[in-house]
Ligand binder design. Structure first.
Ligand SMILES: [Mg+2]
Length: 337
């Protein structure tokens, strides 16, 4: 199934070695029928994310190592968005027949790299045949009882805040998908490398999520499918509306540079481009300043106030002169056209 000289057991043994090591809380790691893990005294967080070739990624625009890294990071981001910390993961991988073992080994190396980055352990995996590459990672985490932040707690009068800057991951995808010669002159530049890295090596905001939870965030979500779509999810879950000040939305500087070489609207990428994995939260107005100071001091991460939660439903965009217009929750929709 994986070529003449490399049996499934050989490959499984190699992959096991990539994941091996001593990890806190792991009594028995990969290699047996199941892993044995010590329980946490906190609440368990459990999440899964599936990456499907042709839907969530293309093999032509990602390396297997980046794909493995990202598959872990996006799950860790979901744990972070609850105010939790990641602990363990398991991975299920479907591969087309005749697959290169080296590709799988690289992918597992990326999984391991991200697991190390976020101080978690991948304790098991499974391989099977599929028509295209399907990579599903499940991650557990922990959060103090009473310390989790859900999507549904936003209340009228809350401020809307977002970590970091937006649009870079979508900008990176545009660069990777562009005809090579049309962007060749830009690819060596620092800003282009930054955009590609944002797309292929996203950062999950674990410490920031815990800090925002402690600072009194009333609702939180990670920006996976675009700011407007994810904010709309917070509004729908809380039965509230939101007003976003367009001038306040933090657009990644590298995206402004992209706008000089490609027909892209930086603000639109920031509002609708997905996969930035920044944290979007709501909190009482008097909590914002302290939270921003904490994030800056502890992580060097910016926190930007971009608007307010209102009664009602739906999103409005507030222009520089104070004019308001409806803001459509556009962004990545897996089932959309
Ligand atoms: Mg999420």
């Amino acid at each position: 199934m994986y070529g003449m000289s490399f049996t499934e057991d050989d490959l499984a043994e190699t992959l096991r070695k990539i994941l091996a090591g001593d990890h806190p809380g792991v009594r028995l790691g990969p290699g047996d029928d199941a892993a044995l893990l010590e329980p946490s005294r906190h609440l368990n967080v459990l999440t899964v994310d599936m990456l499907v070739e042709g839907v969530d990624f293309e093999r032509g625009t990602t390396t297997p190592r980046d794909l493995g890294y990202k598959a872990v990071a996006v799950n860790v981001s979901d744990v972070a968005a609850m105010g939790g910390s990641p602990r363990f993961g398991v991975v299920a991988l479907g591969l087309p027949a005749g697959f290169e073992p080296g590709w799988v080994i690289e992918l597992y190396s990326g999984l391991r790299e991200a697991a190390d980055e976020y101080a978690m352990a991948i304790v098991g995996g499974d391989l099977s045949l599929a028509d295209q590459v399907v990579l599903s990672v499940t991650v557990t985490g922990e959060v103090p009882d009473g310390g989790a932040v859900t999507r549904s707690g936003a209340r009228p009068g809350d401020r809307i805040v977002v970590t970091g800057a937006l649009g870079a991951a979508a900008g990176g995808l545009r660069l990777l998908q562009a005809p090579a010669q049309s962007v060749a002159h830009a690819m060596g530049s620092a800003w282009a490398r930054e955009l590609v890295a944002a797309q292929s090596r996203p950062t999950a905001r674990v410490g920031e999520g815990r800090t925002l939870a402690r600072c009194g965030a009333t609702a939180m979500i990670d920006v996976s499918d675009g700011l407007t779509r994810d904010l709309w999810r917070i509004c729908r879950a809380g039965g509230v509306g939101a007003a976003v000040s367009l001038d306040a939305v933090p657009v990644a500087e590298a995206v402004e540079r992209l706008g000089e070489v490609m027909p892209v609207e930086p603000l639109v990428l920031a509002l609708e481009g997905g996969e930035d994995f920044e944290l979007l939260a709501t909190m009482a107005p008097d909590a914002v300043e302290g939270a921003a100071k904490d994030l800056q001091e502890r992580f060097g991460t910016r926190l930007t106030d971009i608007g307010e939660i209102r009664e009602g439903h739906g999103l409005v965009a507030v222009g520089s002169a104070g004019s308001e217009r409806p803001l459509e929750p556009r962004g990545w929709d897996h089932f959309g056209s």
